[in-house]
Design a protein around this ligand. Structure first.
Ligand code: ZN
Length: 111
């Protein structure tokens, strides 16, 4: 069961990368890096910070509360982007991040 969930998450992560839903946000000169994962359906983004935290429901319920897995597929997708698929990862500038911040909030509200 755990393996099936892990495989399903891996496939979802690959799909997110293929669909170019991973966005790297680098804020300079502070050098702060965030990743956004666009929701598959509807509008809004999940915010992934430091490969450790995601703003999605699965992270809250399956990772934090139920301890069913170590991370959600959004974090997995970000890790894969960093290690193998850097060219598939979109980037945005600080100014655009401020605009997109509303979309992150939408992602939090419309889960
Ligand atoms: Zn997530």
């Amino acid at each position: 069961m755990v393996t099936r969930t892990k495989n399903a998450d891996y496939l979802k992560a690959l799909r997110a990368i293929k669909d170019r839903r991973i966005i790297r946000v680098l804020i300079m000169p502070e050098g702060v890096e965030y990743y956004l994962v666009k929701k598959r359906k509807g509008s809004g983004y999940y915010l992934v910070t430091d490969d450790l935290h995601c703003t999605c429901d699965s992270f809250l319920f399956d990772v934090i509360l139920r301890r069913k897995k170590k991370y959600c597929y959004h974090i997995m997708a970000v890790k894969l982007c960093k290690s193998k698929f850097a060219s598939q990862c979109r980037e945005i500038k600080k100014e655009n991040f401020e605009i997109i911040f509303k979309e992150i909030l939408k992602g939090l509200i419309n889960q």
